[in-house]
Ligand binder design. Structure first.
Ligand code: PEP
Ligand code: MN
Length: 257
């Protein structure tokens, strides 16, 4: 994992919420790689709150992600939602994601830890939106305990009484985790805010607070997105984010990677 995270690097993971079709994923891959980003995210199996919304292209989505990643020389991060799709997702991805709704799915954590125990593929563990930092760190030990030490913790917002944002981004988790854990910590400014206009300021703040990276959603045409359009950056906004985060990263001794 040292080839991804380092104390002098701020990593950007960017891509659509969900893989929708070939043109969409190719266009996002072109934009993010053009900005110097190395890791493309995109969901193929989506853990949607409503069973009536788009659930993802499943293996077809993984193939599209792999094609885009190959064309643009990117690594792929995508979510495993279930013990049943773990093996199939692992055939395609470089970095695994476990979402907020599955942080406490200990059978899944153990299974992913075991399946990646030989190759130590990085696993992004998002914080449960109702979980304490202690519960989150303990959850990470199901993965490490199953044989994979390469966990990346991702703060993605927690549920509070506030309704102006989708969740409340707990940026103080960054220094707390830095103190208690040696895993890298990244911040998801998209799911936490739920609003594309807040993604750039909170991404800047995350890097200023000492995060090892950020994760953001980008879509070629957010109003048409099948999932999370309101929080998805346009390509133009994404390029602006990179330019605005770069000097903040430099100020805290990190280069964008
Ligand atoms: C995602 O990253 O697409 C996602 C569903 O995130 P979360 O688990 O944080 O809601
Ligand atoms: Mn999303």
């Amino acid at each position: 994992m040292d080839d991804i995270f380092a104390p002098d690097r701020a990593v950007i993971i960017a891509g659509p919420c969900a893989v929708e079709d070939r043109d969409q994923v190719m266009e996002v891959a072109r934009v993010v790689s053009g900005a110097g980003v190395k890791i493309l995210r995109g969901g193929a199996y989506k853990p949607r709150t409503s069973p009536y919304t788009f659930q993802g292209l499943e293996e077809e989505g993984l193939k599209l992600l792999a094609d885009a990643a190959e064309k643009y020389g990117l690594k792929i991060a995508t979510e495993i939602t279930d013990t049943e799709n773990a093996e199939i997702v692992l055939r395609y991805v470089d970095i695994v994601q476990i979402g907020t709704r599955n942080m406490a799915n200990f059978a899944l954590l153990k299974k992913v830890g075991k399946l990646t125990s030989s190759d130590h593929r990085p696993v992004i563990l998002k914080r449960g939106f109702s979980s304490t930092i202690e519960e989150w760190l303990l959850a990470s030990e199901y993965i490490t305990g199953a044989g994979n030490p390469n966990v990346i913790l991702c703060e993605r917002g927690i549920r509070t009484f506030e309704t102006a944002t989708r969740f409340t981004l707990d940026l103080s988790a960054v220094p707390v985790v830095k103190k208690l854990s040696s895993h890298p910590i990244i911040v998801d400014a998209s799911h936490s805010t739920g609003n594309r206009d807040m993604v750039i300021p909170m991404s800047r703040a995350a890097i200023a607070a000492g995060a090892d990276g950020i994760m953001v959603e980008v879509h070629p045409n957010p109003p048409k997105a099948l999932c999370d359009g309101a929080q998805s950056l346009t390509p133009g906004q994404f390029l602006r984010l990179v330019e605005e985060v770069r000097p903040i990263a430099a100020a805290v001794g990190r280069s964008l990677g």
